[in-house]
Design a protein around this ligand. Structure first.
Ligand code: M6R
Length: 366
């Protein structure tokens, strides 16, 4: 059942190229280089009425929501708020008939997310679920559903569900962006073209993970780890820290790199591993200067950057390269080394990778 892999988590990491391909197929016209959602019955008119989007989810799905905010705001030019479901449901949110509430849930059964969906509906919002389980409670109760086709995810730590959620959010943002007239056809074509390469690029990345195994062994005994990034890299950093905490029990925190000076820098001491994501070129120089700040405190810096960006080697102790791609596609690839680092660190520490202590796959109680 694990298809020759030692754990479901590893199997699911390796299933990402297929999961992404399956999630793309029915929505992507590779010849025309456009995105469509045959399952959505929105009119352009209706979409233009939406003046606010709320994205609501828990855990990893919440992290996918944060990436989704960047996509929707930048490509579709709609203001977006992202909420943790257990906060949204009790905070009396300013949702109304012109809002769209998107709930993201792999299982479609998370109790807080379901309650948040019900609350959004009660307040008159239109609702859309992004979920992986056909016929789940969340799928049944939302007005509209966009399925991710990741296939069953068994490991408690979410991996392929996350990347397919990112993909679904990006495709939605492109689709809404076009219908609202906020994105050019050229930009859409560029992104769609880039997307078609992603499954194969990820497949190649997964063929060579020796470097990551070495880092996991070398730094697996650390007490703490930090993940830094700006913009979309920050959103991915949050997911990297959660993965590491969840399965290896290493205390891990993600910070927007610019926030370091406002407190966290006090924790950066000699030998502490700091993973710095540097795939967002519009904030690249700023990120590199934060990298230098932690390096000056003798942290061990592992940078994640684009192939060919050898300048990172000047500042970081180690560099993990990902294929060069569009800034919106980078999260789909940058998270891979973070998933693998968490996996191999957990292995090194003898943790129960697929069933971390105290956690359940689906949180159906509050
Ligand atoms: O099924 P859901 O996507 O609603 O689950 C949400 C979270 O419970 C889930 O993502 C959790 O954070 C994972 N264990 C993270 O790996």
């Amino acid at each position: 059942e694990k298809g020759g892999f030692e754990h479901f988590m590893l199997k699911e990491i390796y299933e990402q190229p297929k999961a992404l391909r399956d999630t793309m197929t029915s929505r992507l016209d590779a010849a025309a280089k456009t995105i469509g959602f045959p399952e959505l019955n929105w009119t352009a008119e209706e979409l233009r009425e939406i003046n606010k989007i709320f994205i609501v989810a828990c855990g990893t799905a919440y992290h996918a929501g944060i990436v989704g905010k960047y996509y929707l705001e930048q490509l579709a030019r709609v203001p977006v708020e992202v909420d943790i479901a257990s906060e949204f449901r009790y905070r009396d949110p300013l949702v109304d008939g012109n809002s769209l509430t998107i709930v993201i849930s792999q299982s479609g059964e998370t109790s807080d997310t379901l309650a948040a969906l019900r609350e959004a509906k009660r307040l008159g919002s239109r609702t859309l679920a992004v979920t992986n389980v056909v016929g789940s409670s969340i799928a049944r109760e939302a007005d509209q559903v966009v399925y991710t086709y990741a296939g069953p995810e068994i490991a408690v730590a979410s991996t392929k569900a996350y990347t397919t959620q990112l993909l679904a959010m990006l495709m939605l943002a492109i689709y809404v962006g076009r219908l609202r007239g906020s994105m050019s056809a050229e930009r859409e074509q560029e992104l769609v073209r880039g997307l078609t390469f992603v499954p194969e690029q990820i497949h190649k990345m997964l063929e060579n993970v020796d470097q990551i195994k070495v880092f996991a062994r070398e730094y697996g005994s650390s007490e703490d780890a930090f993940f830094l990034g700006r913009s979309l890299d920050y959103a991915v950093a949050l997911e990297g820290a959660l993965k590491l905490k969840e399965i290896s029990y290493i205390h891990a925190e993600a910070y927007a790199a610019g926030e370091l000076k406002h407190g966290t820098l006090a924790l950066i001491v000699s030998g502490v591993p700091v993973i710095v994501l540097a795939t967002q070129m519009d904030v690249y120089d700023k990120t590199v200067s934060n990298l230098q700040e932690v390096k000056a405190r003798e942290a061990v810096v592992i940078a994640i950057g684009f192939e060919g960006d050898t300048s990172l080697e000047k500042y970081a102790d180690h560099v993990i390269y990902i294929p060069r791609t569009d800034k919106y596609l980078a999260p789909l690839m940058a998270v891979l080394p973070l998933q693998l680092l968490a996996y191999y660190a957990a292995l090194t520490r003898g943790c129960d990778v697929d069933k971390p202590r105290n956690l359940a796959k689906s949180v159906t109680v509050e």
